[in-house]
Design a protein around this ligand. Structure first.
Ligand SMILES: Cc1cc2nc3c(=O)[nH]c(=O)nc-3n(C[C@H](O)[C@H](O)[C@H](O)COP(=O)(O)OP(=O)(O)OC[C@H]3O[C@@H](n4cnc5c(N)ncnc54)[C@H](O)[C@@H]3O)c2cc1C
Length: 418
């Protein structure tokens, strides 16, 4: 294996280069927000392309605010669907009876309203913006296999398809390399506290006229012990995303066979397979995990590399985006000599606490709300559904609820000394 080293290029201000591992949404957003401030960034991505799997689609108000700050919000809105009028919780009975929900049209004129765009399209927008910044380089087919550090720098060793090994040095290395993070494993081995659920998650892009014919729109959470999940309008041209949980341990073929039964039970009109078209299917394990530290010296972790949760409630990338926003403010403060690198300890502690104290319990509740309660008594038993039922009667209160400053946000600029 050939080996070369790319040296850190210290700029005239506080920071030299930042090396980011992973060109997922977290890595590209971080690169973009740092690059916009003239901080030199190298992004190392293992794959030769952006991720096309069916994952995030919906980003709540806190993430939307960061997209605006990064200058990408208008393009996200133009590429996505604007019509996302409500989120409902339903039973899986013959009529898919609506239990309650929240009317999102109360925020339709608000700049911070929820954003809806499949992740693959979001990634394209972020990459295009990165390409416009001369201080950002994104290197595909650079799989990081090792990271290291000393007192003055950190580095990531990447291998290319030619088997050449190259070292990338910077002031800091940021692991944005997702749930199977090599950076995290380099720091902590297999220690990643939390749980992996027994279920599998089946996710598919579906075209079925029956959704609109039966008056469905927006997002529809299905509460049922056997057919729990989310059916949501996700893209232009009648694209819907259907996500449901199934028992663990089956083969992919077995899951596909069981899909007909799930769709028939969950979809309005109870269709047979010749009445819908499935365009893409992906399968995931479900985890709720958080690393013990998000900083070890000059190596930091962000987003899924640090913490993951089940996707119900749309917390995964939203909290990742808030990690990136916080980390960006910390690094920019250091670059502009407004604060020392102790602010990175604040980032590591506070973002981890936000995940453990708010995101983790809420995301578990969100999933259990669908799979582990009696749909017939859900409104009586479930406080959150009761709050929604109350908000449905008061549009002003619903609006305030949707736009409020969330407990998962945190302003790191308050720690700037000058
Ligand atoms: C079914 C599903 C639905 C979801 N829905 C939502 C939603 O609606 N809203 C929401 O906010 N979140 C949602 N999420 C969560 C969201 O998709 C993730 O939180 C988000 O993609 C994490 O972004 P990331 O950049 O941290 O990691 P990733 O998206 O995993 O990106 C990591 C990148 O790092 C690269 N990489 C990995 N290892 C290496 C290496 N060794 N060297 C170099 N590169 C490497 C990978 O190839 C990848 O490109 C959902 C997740 C799932 C599974």
């Amino acid at each position: 294996m050939n080996s070369r080293t790319e040296l850190s290029s210290a700029g005239p201000s506080g920071l030299g280069k930042i090396v980011i591992v992973g060109a997922g949404p977290a890595g590209l957003l971080l690169a973009l927000m740092l690059g916009q401030q003239g901080i030199p960034v190298t992004v190392l991505e293992a794959w030769g392309r952006l991720d096309e799997r069916l994952r995030a689609t919906q980003y709540g108000t806190p993430a939307t605010r960061v997209f605006r700050k990064a200058g990408v919000l208008d393009e996200i809105r133009a590429a996505g669907i604007e019509r996302f009028p409500s989120i409902s919780w339903r039973k899986v009975d013959p009529e898919q009876t609506r239990i309650t929900g929240i009317d999102l049209t109360v925020t339709k004129d608000e700049p911070d309203r929820t954003t809806v765009l499949p992740l693959n399209l979001l990634l394209k927008i972020l990459l295009e913006h990165c390409k416009r910044q001369s201080s950002i380089e994104v290197k595909f087919e650079h799989k990081v296999i090792e990271v290291g550090q000393n007192e003055s720098k950190a580095w990531a060793d990447a291998v290319m398809p030619s088997n050449e090994r190259k070292r990338f040095e910077g002031d800091y290395v940021i692991g944005c390399d997702g749930a199977s993070s090599t950076v995290r494993q380099q720091l902590f081995g297999r220690n990643w506290p939390g749980i992996t659920w027994d279920h599998s998650l089946l996710v598919q892009n579906v075209f079925y006229d029956g959704f609109t014919e039966h008056g469905w729109s927006g997002g529809n959470y299905m509460i049922d012990p056997n057919h729990w999940g989310l059916i949501a309008e996700r893209g232009k041209g009648g694209l819907w995303r259907v996500t449901y949980g199934d028992i663990g341990g089956l083969t992919h073929e077995q899951y596909l066979k069981r899909r007909e039964e799930h769709f028939e039970a969950m979809f309005p009109g109870h269709p047979k397979p010749d009445q819908y078209r499935v365009e893409q299917t992906d399968q995931f394990r479900i985890h709720n995990r958080c690393v013990e530290k998000m900083r070890v010296g000059r190596i930091l972790l962000a987003a899924d590399a640090a913490h993951v949760c089940n996707p119900f409630g749309g917390y995964g990338l939203m909290v990742g985006v808030l990690d990136i926003d916080g980390l960006t403010d910390c690094l920019i403060g250091m670059h502009q000599r407004k604060v020392g690198d102790e602010i990175l300890d604040k980032y590591a502690e506070i973002r981890r606490e936000k995940f453990l104290n708010y995101v983790e319990p809420r995301s578990i509740k969100n999933m259990n709300r669908l799979r582990a309660q009696n749909p017939d008594s859900a409104l009586r038993d479930d406080k959150f559904l009761q709050i929604l039922a109350h908000l449905e009667k008061d549009p002003e209160e619903a609006k305030a609820f949707l736009l409020k400053f969330s407990s998962i946000e945190h302003d790191f600029k308050q720690y700037y000394i000058i």
